[in-house]
Design a protein around this ligand. Sequence first.
Ligand code: PLP
Length: 372
Amino acid sequence: MTQAIYLDYNATAPIRPEARDAVIAALSVTGNPSSIHGFGRAARRLVEDSRDAVAALVGLAPAQIIFTSGGTEANAMALRGSVTAGRRVLVSAIEHPSVLASAGGELIPALADGRIDLAALESMLAGDERPTLVSVMAANNETGVIQPVAEAAALARKHGALIHCDAVQAAGKIPLSFDALDVDMLSLSAHKIGGPSGIGALAVRDGVVVPALLRGGGQERSRRSGTENLPGIAGFGAAAIAARSKLGEYAALAGLRDALESRILEICPSATIFGRLAPRLANTSCIAMPGVPAETQLMGFDLAGIAVSAGSACSSGKVTASHVLSAMGVSDDEAGSAIRISLGWDSTPQHVDAFVAAWKAVFQRARATVAA
Ligand code: PLP
């Protein structure tokens, strides 16, 4: 069925009209950006204009942006190079699977409030001066908890380590400055900010060497070969401009989100809202409905025409216990009853009303079943 109410922006956001227009226009641009002729130069201009827009979103110079096929590839580029170079890699336990799978490193633990444990990072760095890469995300995709990246970067610097930040969920939702975070590499993805999927970027500090994963034609200054994804890049650029100009509107989503959470707690005071005591993205809420498996809830919401997601299911629709909640010390049972609601620019108070009504119905039905 077509979903009437979409509350799954952290999985993928609806394409913004500006981005859709830019993608469609770029489909009619003939020419390879590497070609010298006029067609090629027009295509190149499109790529470079988008690079400017993406760089501006994180306060960078355009030359520091490498376009990739998405956040996953950006993370792989940032981490694989360090792994191959024999660097010690410390990644937080709450990272996206694309970081965890690329690193195979030591895990920086998380605190119960959803933030990484800086004291633990400090002691992991102290007394081991091997070349090291630290990777800490800007905001968590499941809980929305904003991570102390600048503080982690200061610790990394103190111990001579490099630092990478997966900013896929934070970009376009909170102001981000590469320099203020003081990181060496930062990953972005277009489909989380209203651009098309299959396009992202790795931003790299001048002087930091990132070995290419893809070699060949030498595109992206030999850092990522392959003919540029012109429609994707054009859509990414348009989405970056729109997202940057609407950061204030994004912050206002906290009003809707907080109202939603208060109403759930009125219905069920023992519901848990993860990360509520930490700074969070304005759009994200991760809620456990006591005793009701996330799969049961998702089916109930789907029948009510509401799209939300469970656990770390931003990939293949599978529902597994969330490694993020586990790292926060949440039991498997409770983690198994957590769903993620993520709002966005098209969300309305009516959507929140519908969600709360559906949540109440699912909860009461489950209770009635247990009691019967
Ligand atoms: N990093 C985080 C925090 C994410 O939430 C996601 C997407 O789910 C990714 C990386 C992967 O991005 P992409 O889907 O563009 O490969």
